[in-house]
Design a protein around this ligand. Structure first.
Ligand code: ZN
Ligand code: ZN
Ligand code: ZN
Length: 363
């Protein structure tokens, strides 16, 4: 008996003209068959042909970890001296797919992809995201509930940030505390960004030795995974007093973020959400300071489809979940970003994060 997710994957494959899907360790494998495989030098690979039994090729020593997957796939355990690529080729041959179109997971290690390609010279290769991006894009109701729960969890962490920001503390000290607070609310911390003063102008700055000073703006962007689903949320804080020019800039950003969230509805192209935020920021004269896309999908991974960026004309559909996170960055001085996760509903949009979006003065 195959699982609903495997069947949905097959339907997408059939439509895309893909004859088999090959998936190694990671979020895609977890999503499809619930197997958490360590990403190591021994090959683990799900072989999902459009017809016939799917199989999971895996090292013998890891077979006990995959027993629960046996309801949906044949487990093909290989011994240390076996050639696992030959096992994959056998299964593809049985499915008549060796000269077909094979979708290989985007993040399969190159050493495996190259070995597969040389063993299957007649195949045509396409990125696995052709199938998997499409599949994971529309969240099921329990996935949406999990995203809301993760959103509420990170809201509770942000509620504690004002107690952490004191002049004299380093970004790293703040980040260490945040990591602990995130883990109290999640299973793991995925990332902690504490961008104080000029460091806030670098959107992916993590945390360094800079000490907080009165008059610093501080960008706090944090996320974790809770019961398999990710949180990701940014708020802006200042230490002591608001630096010059920051209040006006932040008012523009609040307006831009709200405009983008208001634009979300089924049928609206993804790029229109980016444009809604960008228009507000451009009209206020900060266009060149908004140096990244407006958002990314989120689910079992913190960055996945859909991409909220100019050029992505894909219409939004109920069940899609993504960040809305415009930012304005002034090199040498400060940065600011407001980020919430939103879910597209049948009639519009719901936010997963509910903390106030204004600048919070701390310390
Ligand atoms: Zn980012
Ligand atoms: Zn973020
Ligand atoms: Zn994000």
């Amino acid at each position: 008996m195959s699982s609903p997710r495997l069947e949905r994957a097959r339907a997408i494959m059939a439509e895309a003209g893909v004859h088999a899907l090959l998936v190694g360790p990671g979020a895609d494998l977890r999503y499809l068959v619930g197997h958490e495989a360590p990403p190591l030098e021994r090959l683990t690979l799900l072989v999902l042909p459009t017809q016939g039994r799917p199989s999971l090729v895996l090292p013998r020593l890891e077979a006990p970890m995959a027993e629960h997957a046996a309801a949906h796939v044949d487990l093909l355990a290989w011994d240390e001296t076996d050639d696992p690529v030959a096992l994959v080729v056998d299964r593809l041959r049985a499915a008549g797919a060796t000269a077909g179109t094979l979708a290989v997971q985007d993040r399969l290690w190159t050493m495996f992809t190259l070995a597969l390609q040389s063993a299957l010279p007649d195949a045509r290769w396409v990125p696995g995201s052709t199938v998997l991006g499409e599949l994971r894009l529309r969240k099921e109701p329990d996935e949406i509930a999990a995203l809301h729960a993760a959103g509420a969890a990170i809201d509770r962490v942000h509620a504690q940030v004002p107690d952490l920001l004191r002049p004299g503390r380093t970004e790293r000290e703040v980040a260490t505390e945040l990591d602990r607070l995130i883990r109290e609310e999640h299973d793991v911390t995925n990332f902690v960004i504490v961008g104080s003063g000029p460091n806030g102008a670098s959107p992916h700055h993590e945390a360094g030795d800079r000490r907080l000073e009165p008059g610093d703006a501080v960008v706090i962007d944090i996320g974790g995974t809770r019961e398999g689903y990710c949180s990701d949320m940014t708020r802006d804080y200042v230490v002591g007093h608001v630096p010059e020019g920051y209040a006006q800039l932040h008012a523009v950003l609040e307006e831009a973020q709200q405009a983008a969230v208001d634009a979300v509805a089924p049928g609206v192209p993804a790029e229109a959400i980016d444009a809604a935020a960008r228009d507000v920021i451009e009209q206020a004269g900060y266009g060149e300071r908004f140096i990244h896309r407006t958002g990314h999908g989120i689910g079992i991974e913190e960055h996945e489809e859909p991409w909220i960026v100019a050029g992505n004309t894909r219409p939004l559909e109920p069940g899609m979940a993504f960040s809305v996170e415009p930012g304005i960055y002034v090199p040498g001085r400060y940065g600011s970003r407001i980020e919430d996760i939103v879910v597209v509903t049948d009639s519009g949009v719901e936010r997963c994060n509910h903390r106030p979006r204004e600048v919070v003065v701390c310390g």
